[in-house]
Design a protein around this ligand. Structure first.
Ligand code: RB5
Length: 146
């Protein structure tokens, strides 16, 4: 299952990505928001991040206007590696190198077709391990040692 969520700025793109994934037969849980009323993006990251950390979801996709605020908020959750992706190369590297368990996109930045390509690239990529795992371990050491 993939957990998705957004603020009002990412609401429309979230809905397009949700339908895209469901049409491919992928189970999606939409943690909101469910309309375009103005909300605060830090409040929108938590439900998706918690679902990933609890293993209710295999991974998460978050949206806000730029993707920036929601990615900053998501990365405050210990164990979340959220990658802001606006291009296909970054989406692939986010999995291969960073093993991102959440990707973030900006509903006011990218179009739906690019968002679909980003999602496909990220979901289709494999983490490469090796030296990349060592680097991720260092990220988690930062979390532990603050
Ligand atoms: C909301 O207007 C906007 O600030 C938010 O969606 C996001 O872009 C923040 O980073």
């Amino acid at each position: 299952m993939i957990a998705i969520g957004s603020d009002h700025g990412g609401f429309e793109l979230k809905n397009h990505v949700k339908k895209y994934l469901e049409d491919k037969g992928i189970e999606v849980h939409d943690y909101g928001v469910y309309n375009e009323d103005s909300v605060d993006y830090p409040d929108c990251a938590g439900p998706v991040c918690r679902a990933v950390l609890n293993k209710d979801a295999e991974c998460g996709i978050l949206f806000c206007g730029t993707g920036i605020g929601i990615s900053i908020a998501a990365n405050k959750y210990k164990g979340i590696r959220a990658a802001l992706c606006s291009d296909v190369y970054s989406a692939k590297m986010a999995k291969e190198h960073n093993d991102a368990n959440v990707i973030c996109m900006g509903g006011r930045v990218i179009g739906r077709e690019l968002a679909f390509m980003i999602v496909d690239e990220w979901l289709g990529a494999q983490h490469q391990g090796g030296r990349h795992s060592q680097r991720i371990a260092k990220i988690h050491a930062i979390e532990e040692n603050q």
